[in-house]
Structures are given as structure tokens and as C-alpha cells.
Design a binder for this molecule. Structure first.
Ligand code: ATP
Length: 311
């Protein structure tokens, strides 16, 4: 049995369109699929947790149709079941997970391969715990967690009125670029303490600190071009002591990944990092935003089998 978790609202309605296109195929009619539609934030996580608790042994794979936010929720819902297979059919505005695992393909092709020609790779994500977390020991991320400028951009992108329009004109991936330009003007750099694999250091005038499993974020920006999913470490980028105008220039080069040549950019391999700030700092995790003063980030111990499209 395949469990489909569909966010109809992802990509301003693309989630539903992608599902309808798959549903119209004869393969879908012949396959044992159970479909759940999400209705509110957090719903995909509840669906995944309930479904896996009920029928773990009979589920072949969870298929997520939506954006990185829906994927993040399902990934967390399956936290206690790291062996459970997962396939992602991108239908959001960013879709960085699909880029990270090289699976940006047409939806019917992806669905067909998930069912008839499945190729799974082991995927080690990350865990995070903020000072705001209540009883949950930690949560998971599949793409990246970023603090500072990064978090503010996502916050702006989610609340922007132009989001709907850009989706209508099929320019959804520009949402983050516009939010970035907007945020550059208002952002105030932060002072942070970072403890990287046990070594603490204070950083002044920090624009952003982002820890990634793979290199992509913000709808295709190659933020950490060297990042490769692996069992040993996550990759972290720190951008600090840089002027506003140079930040703008830096982000012009980020789609090619050449921003790493700037002297204000540091890239480090980490397996654990703790971040602490005197003031509240915005963060984004897999494209969803929040704020905190402290956060611990680790590499996950267990890898999940994730569908990867094979050409
Ligand atoms: N029926 C719904 N209506 C509105 N929002 C929903 C619904 N179901 C889920 N959501 C919320 O929509 C948010 C955004 O979804 P998602 O990230 O999948 O799409 P996106 O934002 O378009 O894409 P991306 O994250 O790749 O940019 C998620 O945080 C999710 O909780």
C-alpha cells in the first residue's frame, strides 16, 4: 500500500493539480493507494504519524505531493520509523528537497518510477531543538536550518501579498528572491556564540548561519555548493562582517555558487552545533519560520530510504 499525503494548497494550488494529473493515470487506478489531503499547518505530520502507527508493516512508501513544508511535516511524523520509505513529488514554490536529491521531474514520470522502478538512496537529515521546544526531545529537518537573515527572508516570503501573483504567473521560485531584496534593507546583523563540535567562538555582525544536508535552498540558490548528503557531517555556512551592498552582490552570485569565494563567507563541516544569542533571532527550517535565542543542531543517526529518480 502507498500512502499519498497531498497538500492541495502547496505552490498556490499546484499540489492539487499535480495530484489530479497523477490520479488520471491508469497506473494510479491499478495501484493500492490511500490518499490524504492536508487541511491546515501541522496536518501532514499528524496524518503521517497516525498512518504509520496503524499500518507500518503494510506500507510500501509514503508519497508526499507538496512543497518542502509538507515534506518537513511528514518527515517529522515518521520520526520513530526511520526505515519507512519516502518519495517526494514536488509541487511547492521552493522544492529544494527535489533539487537536493536530483529528482526534479514531471509528476507522472516520478509516480510511475516510484511504483514500477523504485530506486532508493539513504538520506541522513538533521535534528534541531530550540529553547522554545516544550517536551519534544528534538525535531528533524530534511533540507536546512538557517538563522538570522535567512529566517527573516522566509518570514517575509510567507507573508508577502505578491506570493499569490507570482504563482499565478508561474514565477513561484521568485518569491524568495524578492523577499531577499526586501530583507536586505531592514536587517540588522547579530552577535552569536557558536559551539561547533565542542569548540565555542563568538561571532560579531552575523548576517546568517545556515546548516544544510544538501546545497540548495530558497528555490534553487546553491547556498552551500560543497554540501553532499552523507553519514558523517552536515555543512554550515556563516556570513559575517559584510556590508548591506556586498550582501546584495553576494546573493547575485549564489545561483552559481561562486559566493563562497567572498572573504566574509565561511563554510565548515559540522556534526553538532549549538547557537546562542542574547536577542531573539529568526530562523527557517525547511522553509518554515520561527524564532529562538538558542538552538542545538545535530546530524541524524539513522538514514531514511528516499526515492531518487534514475535517468
Ligand atoms: N489545506 C491547506 N491550506 C493551507 N495551508 C496548508 C494546507 N495544508 C497544509 N498547509 C500548510 O501549507 C504550508 C506550505 O506548504 P508547502 O511548503 O508544502 O508549500 P509551499 O510553501 O508552496 O512550497 P515550498 O515550501 O517548497 O516553498 C505548510 O506549512 C503546511 O502546513
Amino acid at each position: 500500500m502507498y500512502i499519498l499525503v497531498v497538500n492541495p494548497a502547496a505552490g498556490a494550488g499546484k499540489g492539487l493539480r499535480v495530484y489530479e494529473s497523477i490520479k488520471a493515470t491508469s497506473l494510479f487506478q491499478q495501484t493500492d493507494c490511500v490518499t490524504y489531503f492536508t487541511s491546515y499547518p501541522g496536518h501532514a505530520e499528524e496524518i503521517a504519524r497516525d498512518a504509520v502507527e496503524l499500518s507500518d508493516s503494510t506500507i510500501s512508501c509514503f508519497i508526499v505531493i507538496g512543497g518542502d513544508g509538507t515534506l518537513h511535516e511528514v518527515w517529522n511524523g515518521l520520526q520513530q520509523y526511520p526505515h519507512m520509505r519516502l518519495g517526494f513529488i514536488p509541487a511547492g514554490s521552493g522544492n529544494d528537497f527535489a533539487r537536493g536529491i536530483s529528482t526534479m521531474q514531471e509528476e507522472r514520470k516520478l509516480f510511475q518510477d516510484i511504483i514500477t522502478n523504485p530506486n532508493y538512496v539513504y538520506y541522513w537529515g538533521g535534528t534541531y531543538k530550540t529553547d522554545k521546544a516544550s517536551i519534544t526531545p528534538h525535531r528533524l529537518f530534511a533540507n536546512s536550518i538557517g538563522f538570522g537573515f535567512d529566517g527573516e527572508i522566509v518570514k517575509k516570503a510567507h507573508s508577502a501579498r505578491y506570493r499569490q501573483w507570482l504563482h499565478k504567473w508561474k514565477l513561484g521560485s521568485l518569491v524568495y528572491v524578492i523577499a531577499l531584496l526586501h530583507t536586505v534593507l531592514s536587517y540588522r546583523p547579530k552577535t552569536l556564540e557558536l559551539t561547533i563540535d565542542g569548540q565555542s567562538k563568538q561571532y560579531e555582525n552575523v548576517w546568517m548561519v545556515t546548516v544544510g544536508v544538501h546545497g540548495f535552498y530558497g528555490g534553487g540558490m546553491k547556498i552551500i555548493p560543497e554540501a553532499r548528503m552523507n553519514s558523517k557531517h552536515l555543512s554550515m555556512i556563516i556570513i559575517h562582517n559584510i556590508s548591506k551592498w556586498k550582501v546584495l552582490f553576494l546573493f547575485l552570485t549564489v545561483f552559481r555558487g561562486s559566493h563562497t569565494a567572498f572573504k566574509e563567507v565561511e563554510i565548515v563541516d559540522v556534526s553538532t552545533v549549538a547557537l546562542s544569542s542574547e536577542e531573539e533571532i529568526a530562523y527557517q527550517v525547511d522553509g518554515q519560520y520561527g524564532c529562538c535565542k538558542r538552538c542545538e543542531v545535530h546530524k541524524t543517526e539513522h538514514a531514511r530510504p528516499v526515492f531518487q529518480y534514475k535517468k
